[in-house]
Design a protein around this ligand. Sequence first.
Ligand SMILES: [Zn+2]
Length: 353
Amino acid sequence: MALADELCALQADTLASIEAAVDTCALDQVRISVLGKSGSLTAYLRNMGQVPKEERAEVGKTLNAVRQTIEQALETRKSALAAAELEAAIDAAAVDVTLPGRAQQMGTRHLINRITDEISEVFFGLGYSVATGPEVETDYYNFEALNAPADHPSRSMQDTFYVRDLSGDAAAVRGESDVLLRTQTSGVQVHAMEEQQPPIYVIAPGKVYRRDVADPSHLPQFTQIEGLVVDKGITFGDLKGTLDFFCKQMFGPERKTRFRAHYFPFTEPSAEVDVSCGICHGEGCRFCKGTGWLEILGCGMVDPNVLRYSGIDPEVYSGFAFGMGVERIACLKYNVPDLRMLLEGDMRFLRQF
Ligand SMILES: [Zn+2]
């Protein structure tokens, strides 16, 4: 019987395809092509009506047997493939402990913070403590109490960011605001003298702001560390000894210091401190502009007026103050030619420290 042979061949072909299916998806394609709506076996089932009546029972039996055999084979193959796929998925998701791990990028401290800490450590060793104050300051603490009266050139609009009062205060709108971004951390000294009685040994690290255009040696925002000592019997010798010790701790014991007379409104006498050039050791080179010296900080004996402003009797107490730019110290220590490099966020530069 031709039909029986056809069905036998169809069954054999289908079983071979089922066996050959590599995954559940391919297996499903086989199922659809045979048992689907327009599948090859479905076509036979649909055409049962054309089979002569007397053969119909026999053909139906054969068709059912073929369908059952195929369905059985599909089911068996499906379970086998599903199990293999699950195993593969588990394998793929497994952690291979022999693979090298993904390295976490460790951050480091920024050079400015590190140098700030290094400077602070030197003074902690000498018994100083840290004093902090607001970055938005009043005219009184930033200038007046530091002996810089209203007509003093350091108060100029040119180098100060005044904060406009948004309440619409007429004086503020005219630019006569007495609130500003501090131009120096010296205001902290005034707060310290108001809040505590001598002896005072404090350093005040913090950000300060000036209306400067950024260039290799100026930044509109930089970090300053100021120090203040007020005690009985403090002399210029104490100031020199302290700062010489600091420079040797910071730059190395072979470095020399020198004090040049200078002017600051809140100290008298005042000096600028230079440290011998670390590149040419005082011979003179491009880095020190041929002088053999690098200017690192300003200092002086606290002006009696400043003590008096804060209610400290200058007949009993004396003191000294000093201030330095952290970015400048960082650049001098690591021979960085341009202050702006510290703020550019270039990881190739920053990772070196
Ligand atoms: Zn030099």
